[in-house]
Design a protein around this ligand. Structure first.
Ligand code: C2E
Ligand code: MG
Ligand code: MG
Ligand code: MG
Length: 278
């Protein structure tokens, strides 16, 4: 609370950010009502296994359809939700909606794949995270192995005792844990040993210039090598070209996600990618 006031106070004195500060405030107020007004939706981006080309999972990505502004990017409103404490109810909505959607696809007789849900560091400081996950799984009847949770390195760095205990309990349920945007945070590789992590997602900033920037090529190869040595699965994010796919396959990257394979889609359109059980 004090920190939020301090921040606003600072922005008040700098003329240029004044307007954007009141705009933020308005957006924050709107966000309060976004859930009840049904303005939030999830899109689903496919993830493919590189060796077989099989659809192996999808990532649920939050969209806010603002009545006046149109679609607001999660890179804009998720940080706002984190600072204002709204991330707990919004995060709970995301998990519940993703699980309900899994249930709908199953009811349609589709051969569902696991859904991956992003968790912000703030949600981990919430005692309620575990009971919320339990409640949503109970309520929707979704099998825990159909759920993946994406956390960032920052989450692993904070409140390590509590985070370790929460992650351990989630993992024991059969939920898979991925480290998102791997390589961009304050990485301490020791955490990969301590925490029950199943997968590394290579940040798309390293993938983007993979074929032209030697440093990026070296970093991506190193992350793939690290994951394989630690027996973690490894996914490349933001894959946009066939050349990147060739490189990743050659280095033994397990899976890929990106515009080359598919953009995030509304639930109905993603459902069309799912087959019928054999
Ligand atoms: P992220 O979890 O790393 O998600 C991947 C982002 O990369 C998505 O952006 C996706 O649309 C984008 N992307 C996928 N493939 C490509 C590609 O080939 N090229 C490029 N340039 N971009 C690609 P999006 O949907 O705008 O989400 C941005 C971030 O917002 C996410 O990054 C995640 O950190 C956050 N976010 C989204 N939904 C949620 C949510 O439900 N909860 C939380 N806590 N954060 C979320
Ligand atoms: Mg993610
Ligand atoms: Mg990412
Ligand atoms: Mg990201």
């Amino acid at each position: 609370q004090a920190r939020a006031e301090g921040r606003r106070g600072y922005q008040f004195f700098s003329g240029r950010t004044d307007a954007s500060s009141s705009q933020r405030l308005r957006l924050e107020n709107d966000l309060h009502r976004a859930i009840e007004r049904g303005e939030l939706v999830l899109h689903y981006q496919p993830r493919y296994e590189l060796a077989t080309g099989a659809l192996c999972a999808c990532e649920a990505l939050l969209r806010w359809q603002h009545p006046q502004r149109g679609e607001v990017s999660p890179t804009e409103f998720v940080p706002l939700a984190e600072e204002s404490g709204l991330i707990a109810p919004i995060g709970a909505w995301v998990l519940r909606e993703a699980c309900r959607q899994l249930q709908r696809w199953q009811a349609q007789g589709l051969d569902v794949r696991p859904v991956s849900v992003n968790l912000s560091a703030r949600q981990f400081r919430h005692q309620e995270l575990l009971s919320m996950v339990h409640a949503v799984l109970d309520e929707t009847g979704v099998a825990p192995h159909l759920l993946e949770l994406e956390i960032t390195e920052t989450t692993l760095m904070h409140n390590t005792g509590e985070t370790l205990s929460i992650l351990g309990q989630l993992h024991a349920l059969g939920i898979r844990i991925s480290v998102d945007d791997f390589g961009t945070g304050y990485s301490s590789l020791a955490y990969l040993k301590r925490f029950p992590v199943d997968m590394l997602k290579i940040d798309r900033s390293f993938v983007h210039d993979l074929c032209t920037d030697d440093d990026d090529a070296i970093i991506v190869s190193a992350i793939i090598g690290l994951a394989r040595s630690l027996q973690l699965r490894v996914v490349a994010e933001g894959v946009e070209t066939p050349e990147q796919v060739d490189f990743l396959k050659q280095r033994g990257c397990d899976e890929a996600q990106g515009f080359l394979f598919g953009v995030p889609l509304p639930a109905g359109r993603f459902g069309a990618l799912l087959g019928r059980p054999a």
